[in-house]
Design a protein around this ligand. Structure first.
Ligand SMILES: CC(C)(COP(=O)(O)OP(=O)(O)OC[C@H]1O[C@@H](n2cnc3c(N)ncnc32)[C@H](O)[C@@H]1OP(=O)(O)O)[C@@H](O)C(=O)NCCC(=O)NCCS
Length: 147
């Protein structure tokens, strides 16, 4: 099964919300936020589709366009460890490079080893620790990668 990786459509808000609901506990987006990210923000939203939406990534572009921030990445639990996040990251990095982005940043929970491994395999480097970053007071790592 190789999913299609493509730009999200505005009608896919519910599918994206559903995936957020399944993948995250406290730090998930609400409908209004997700709607804004999908339709109004300077963002790139990609989905992995295989029958339905099984993965998504949301990237925010900075004002000066040269920097981008990965805001959310998730893959449905039933489809994990099959290279889908890796595909989403590769497609995203290619697209951002085309847009002239030269640096990508992101935050990841100190206990989220799966995501940390993924990002390090994609060339991301930890540059600082963010204390009490999440609502539950967990710390995060701030990562970056030059494109
Ligand atoms: C993190 C997440 C997006 C990974 O998605 P995925 O499609 O399973 O990842 P991939 O199959 O593309 O894995 C790519 C690499 O990431 C690392 N990785 C992924 N899942 C892992 C796990 N459970 N344990 C350890 N390493 C893992 C591995 O290095 C893997 O390469 P390998 O399979 O060749 O060893 C997924 O687990 C998820 O949605 N988690 C919940 C949401 C989340 O934490 N998002 C990130 C927020 S910063």
């Amino acid at each position: 099964m190789k999913p299609i990786i493509r730009v999200a459509k505005k009608e896919e808000l519910d599918a994206l919300l559903n995936l957020e609901e399944i993948c995250f506990k406290e730090e998930k987006f609400h409908r209004k936020q997700l709607n804004y990210l999908l339709l109004k923000a300077r963002s790139v939203v990609l989905v992995a589709e295989a029958g339905g939406i099984i993965g998504s990534i949301i990237v925010l572009l900075r004002e000066n366009i040269h920097n981008a921030r990965i805001y959310s990445l998730n893959v449905h639990p039933a489809y994990r460890r099959r290279g889908i996040a890796s595909l989403l990251m590769d497609k995203t990095m290619g697209l951002l490079k085309e847009k002239g982005v030269t640096k990508i940043t992101l935050e990841v929970g100190v206990n989220n080893k799966a995501a940390q491994n993924l990002y390090s395999s994609k060339g991301f480097i930890v540059d600082k620790k963010l204390y009490n970053y999440y609502k539950n007071m967990d710390d995060a790592l701030h990562l970056f990668r030059k494109l």
